[in-house]
Write a protein of this length. Sequence first.
Length: 246
Amino acid sequence: MKNFLILLIAFSTFISAEEYEFEPEPNKAEYYSGKFNQGKDMEDLLSWGEKFAAWTNARSEWDTMRTVVFTPYYSDNLQRVDYVWLNLWPSAGKQFKAIEQWIKDGGKLASTLPVTNERVTDVWQWPISVPEGEMGELGFVRFTQCTLKEGVTMRKAFDAYKKFAIKAKSTGDNMGRKMMMAPVGAGTFDYDYVYSLYANSPSEYGNNVDNYSENLWDTDEANALGDISTCENGRIYSTVLVKEEK
């Protein structure tokens, strides 16, 4: 009986180890979106962002945070929001420690915001790939809402994306990719995750799209993505870096 249990444990460990090929390294993100206050525009928001960056750079709790502002570019409804503000964190612990300080000490700065946030969403993210090189003056990002096909788990989807990203890089691709899930503040939704695809500049984004058409679209790795989920409601934004992590 003892030998049987040892064999059973060993077999279970083998199956578990073989089930998934890649291990996600999660991070956290906050997405704020809304409208400009009367008479204000993106220039005002970015000017406020400089003050925000200075405020956070003077406080060590914010050292690991990166901030990017998005402007809608391709969308089914360009009137939905004027901007999206992203705070990106390496962990929930660091995120909420800084939030605690913001709630206590950030009121004066918050009162000068030139926008009204209409939606604030907190999500977990699984990075799949990261573009090499530095982000240019403008970046480009696409979001799509994805529903897993029957019998496919989030981890199996992650494996498929990782395999595709590795194949893509071998052909010269330099795109960043993320799976975003478990949103708080998103209201009722009928998808499993949001897929993010981004580049360091609009021109680099376009070059990578061409590379997909020329070198990737009919590969086994690309076709496998069609077996894991259905993605729709694509939206594209230009991006500006407001604060870099230290």
